[in-house]
Ligand binder design. Structure first.
Ligand SMILES: Cc1cc2nc3c(=O)[nH]c(=O)nc-3n(C[C@H](O)[C@H](O)[C@H](O)COP(=O)(O)O)c2cc1C
Length: 583
């Protein structure tokens, strides 16, 4: 900065001096500008001037220099084409009141905002290594891109991971590996209870609404699901025409009840029954919470609301749509089960489930108690981890709320096993599945089926620009801006989604075969190893204590469940002692 200023001053001074040699009257200008300039160079070199003073003196020197020069050489006035806007910008900066950096560092302060704007790109393209990008490292993103495009997905020379670093994980292979199991194996959800049970793929598209995603992105996911034979969760923003491209749908219902909402914003059973009877709808999911913002309703920023979205959701334009944090349709664990049972009936016997990110353990155990006491149960529970993605979330909710997936999934699995319910309730888990190993790990820790959201977006070309909350997604996925969605060509992207799904399943089945297992259902926690310290490793069977079937119903409760189980009651989400006091 100082160097630029000094150079500028020297240019102006030497220009004036040269002019004076040709035309002596120019010396008069030199007499005014010269001392000013020399003073400013002197002060700058001593570090005495503030950036504001530097700007004012430079502007004065430049303007005076141009004006003086123009007396001899009128074309010098063209100098204002460059100097004029810069001086104006600096003056605006100095007099505006909102940004201290711009007030204190006129003109040059803009560089800070520019750099801030392009920082993620610089980080991603020039600084980030193959293994340290966030939330998905480049290596994980690359494998999604390669598989979705059908390109070579092998790696040369050996792993880049530090296999001796704490946190490194792997699956134990067998000396007697077997051929991979059948392709795209199925897990039946709702068997024995629903008249229309669903045979789900091992990996499905996790909830993401039209609104958060563009119509084209939703369409590409749905066509991909149709071609690849897997399910596509609608997200809480209701079913749009883009969802109806022939792919299986899991209709998610959040606290805004979009698509089955009455005038006052509560649940409307008739509207629900009408939409749930669509052939495309294969399962119904009540969203209790999601990992990226548990306890917070969905957020659709006003910038992303088009008239079409407003109509599909039944909301007004021009304002952020923020769903309430909790459901109005139920307020107790038994109430949740009654609501699910009602939805199953209204949908004509389709499987129903609820999605949550684990928070207070007692509350989930209260739901388990309610299942045991009433005999009602969901057909599946979807567990999301605190590390989960979102279109938009408050930063505190994203960073500091919600149980991470490993703990949440193993807890839900344990609670269902301990309450003797595991054979009736399937578990779907979502949490950064991007490769076959990501899926296998969750299956080993207790999931029956996986959900993937962000890797499916990457299969469609998401570059992890992290602009989902701004309507500026550069690849047309999380934006409603037509000039950006134009870049997303549905037939190309849907084929990529289907290919990514097929290759990920295949990679998972190969790993399972390498572990000597015939079926994904044979995976157990002890197949997955984790490095704890440089010298110590453990399998997940040692890291997490897994309960025996019915253990929570016995008189000797497992120690780590005792307090929460005793404090849970089927009739309330509150602590049992609160209920006694209230009574
Ligand atoms: C753009 C976007 C929108 C989302 N919208 C919803 C939603 O409507 N309902 C919901 O339950 N989860 C929503 N999620 C969360 C995902 O369904 C998923 O649970 C989470 O991202 C974890 O999966 P992942 O790690 O594979 O991305 C959204 C995620 C993203 C990235």
């Amino acid at each position: 900065m100082n160097a630029i200023l000094i150079t500028l001053n020297i240019i102006v001074l030497s220009g004036l001096a040269a002019l004076a040699l040709q035309w002596p009257p120019a010396l008069f200008a030199f007499l005014i500008v010269g001392p000013l300039s020399i003073l400013s160079i002197w002060d700058v070199s001593k570090g005495r001037l503030s950036a504001r003073q530097i700007f004012v003196s430079t502007a004065a020197v430049s303007v005076a220099g141009i004006v003086s020069a123009s007396y001899v050489w009128p074309a010098a006035l063209y100098g204002f084409v460059v100097v004029g806007p810069v001086v104006l910008l600096g003056m605006v900066d100095m007099f505006q009141t909102r940004r201290a950096i711009r007030r204190n560092f006129p003109v040059i302060g803009h560089a800070r905002y520019l750099l801030e704007e392009i920082r993620p790109e610089i980080q991603q393209y020039f600084i980030e290594s193959n293994t340290d990008g966030k939330p998905f490292p480049r290596e994980e993103r690359s494998v999604v891109y390669q598989r979705s495009k059908g390109e070579r997905d092998t790696v040369p020379f050996g792993t880049q991971r530090d296999v001796y670093a704490p946190g490194y994980e792997w699956i134990n292979h067998s000396m007697a590996p077997v051929d991979p199991a059948e392709s795209n194996p199925r897990v039946t959800i709702g068997e024995g209870v629903c008249s229309k049970p669903y045979r789900a793929s091992l990996l499905n598209v996790s909830a993401m609404s039209f609104g958060a995603l563009s119509g084209r992105a939703v369409e590409a996911l749905n066509v991909g699901a149709r071609e690849g034979g897997f399910a596509h969760n609608t997200g809480e923003g209701s079913i749009s025409p883009y969802h109806l491209q022939g792919g299986d749908l899991i209709w998610q219902i959040g606290t805004g009840y979009f698509g089955c909402r009455s005038e006052d914003g509560s649940f409307d059973p008739e509207r629900f029954a009408e939409r749930a009877s669509l052939d495309a709808v294969k399962m119904i999911e009540v969203k209790v919470s999601q990992g990226a913002k548990p306890g917070h309703g969905g957020i659709l920023p006003a910038a992303k609301i088009t008239p079409e979205i407003a109509e599909i959701r039944g909301v007004a334009m021009g304002r952020d749509v923020i769903s309430p944090p909790g459901h109005r349709a139920f307020s107790t664990p038994v109430g949740l089960l009654e609501f699910l049972t009602r939805l199953r009936e209204l949908s004509g016997g389709k499987p129903v489930g609820f999605k949550l990110c684990v928070g207070k353990r007692r509350e989930f155990l209260a739901v388990c108690k309610a299942m045991v006491e009433t005999g009602m149960h969901p057909d599946y529970i979807a567990v999301d981890g605190g590390e989960g993605g979102t279109g938009a979330a408050p930063v505190e909710f994203s960073n500091s709320l919600g149980c991470p997936l490993v703990e949440g999934l193993t807890f839900v699995h344990n609670a269902l096993v301990g309450a003797g319910l595991r054979d009736r309730v399937k578990i779907i888990a979502s949490g950064k599945i991007s490769s076959g190993f990501g899926l296998v790990k969750l299956l080993a820790l207790g999931a029956d089926v996986g959900y993937a959201a962000r890797s499916m977006l990457m299969a469609m070309g998401c570059i992890q620009a992290r602009k989902c909350n701004s309507n500026d997604c550069p690849v047309g996925i999380t934006t409603q801006n037509p000039s950006l969605t134009a870049g997303l060509v549905v037939p190309v992207k849907s084929a990529r989604v289907a290919r990514y799904h097929a290759e990920t399943i295949e990679a998972a089945l190969e790993l399972i075969g390498a572990a000597g297992l015939e079926s994904p259902a044979d995976l157990r926690p002890w197949h997955i190893m984790r490095r704890i310290t440089a010298l110590e490793t453990r399998h997940y069977g040692e890291i997490v204590r897994f309960l025996e079937p019915g253990e929570l119903l016995s008189s000797k409760l497992p120690e780590d469940f005792e307090r929460a189980w005793n404090a849970a009651t089927a009739s309330s989400f509150h602590h049992v002692s609160d209920r006694v006091v209230a009574a």
